[in-house]
Design a protein around this ligand. Structure first.
Ligand SMILES: Nc1ncnc2c1ncn2[C@@H]1O[C@H](COP(=O)(O)OP(=O)(O)OP(=O)(O)O)[C@@H](O)[C@H]1O
Length: 257
């Protein structure tokens, strides 16, 4: 099915054609991606993707396995630099300047196995000038993490909660979370999501990739669907639900079956 075949009729859903998610206050976009193409050894992972994401939004980045979500987040985070097209974060090409603006939670563990929660907080405070140790400590308590265990002694879900607490405690402009709730049980997902959006600053942008759409649907206000490295749908969550007459979860199942 071609992307245009799935586009909703003109009206709110027209947003979907361009990948422009509207600013809540009419302001400038924070992240702009134009004709982004990324190949791995000649095989395309992203193919001419264009997106415009304003501050104040909590965006769900969704798509089937291998559609390019992690690749997009890595490019925005400045981890991958060999791409075609243009990418801008607050007017800057991803690089050393934007790493100060972007808090990236990768999908793999990046913490040393011997770190306790306290040592992890101290490490992040040394690494990042914008890190708020008080917020990290509050989130660690909110998530119920034990203070006497190091990373290698934590369960997968505990490790994920610690990484989320650390990533969300930077005073960044853009938060990029790759599958932040995939390792936790259904009840804990809600707690994790509550922690992620707690105290969300409307001058910031939060993008999280996920397959767990019914879990994130109450929390996100915008959605980007990617298919085969290209944009399928993007827009305000309420507009998409209204234009298609179904939940984002149902829309995802319809588009990707
Ligand atoms: N380091 C790599 N080398 C070669 N190909 C890669 C590499 N990383 C990703 N790919 C390929 O790029 C495509 C997009 O992968 P990516 O990890 O971005 O997808 P994804 O949407 O995040 O998938 P998932 O939902 O399974 O995490 C896939 O075809 C994948 O096989």
């Amino acid at each position: 099915m071609s992307p245009t075949a799935t586009m909703p009729p003109p009206g709110p859903g027209a947003l979907a054609r361009t990948g422009q998610i509207p600013a809540l206050d009419g302001g400038e976009p924070l992240v702009v991606v134009d004709s982004l193409t990324k190949t791995y050894r000649g095989r395309p992972a992203l193919s001419g993707l264009s997106l415009s994401l304003p501050p104040g939004r909590v965006v769900g980045l969704m798509g089937a396995n291998g559609c390019g979500k992690t690749t997009l987040l890595k490019i925005l985070a400045g981890v991958l630099a060999d791409y075609e097209g243009s990418v801008s974060i607050a007017g800057h090409r991803p690089g050393p300047r934007t790493k100060e603006l972007v808090s990236f939670l990768p999908d793999a563990s990046f913490l040393a196995p011997n770190l306790t929660t306290g040592r992890a907080v101290a490490l992040f405070a040394r690494l990042f000038a914008d890190f708020d140790p008080g917020k990290a400590t509050r989130l660690i308590e909110f998530f119920g993490l034990p203070s006497d265990r190091c990373v290698k002694e934590m369960s997968k879900g505990m490790g994920e909660k610690l990484r989320v607490a650390l990533a969300m405690s930077r005073r960044a402009r853009v938060y990029l979370l790759d599958e932040p709730i995939s390792g936790v049980d259904p009840a804990a997902r809600q707690v994790l999501l509550d922690g992620i959006v707690e105290d969300f600053d409307p001058s910031c942008l939060l993008v999280m990739s996920t397959h767990l759409i019914s879990d994130v649907e109450p929390v996100i206000d915008s959605a980007v669907f990617i298919k085969d490295g290209a944009l399928l749908l993007a827009g305000d969550a309420d507009d998409l639900r209204q234009a298609h007459g179904m939940s984002l979860d149902a829309l995802f199942r319809k588009e990707y079956r």
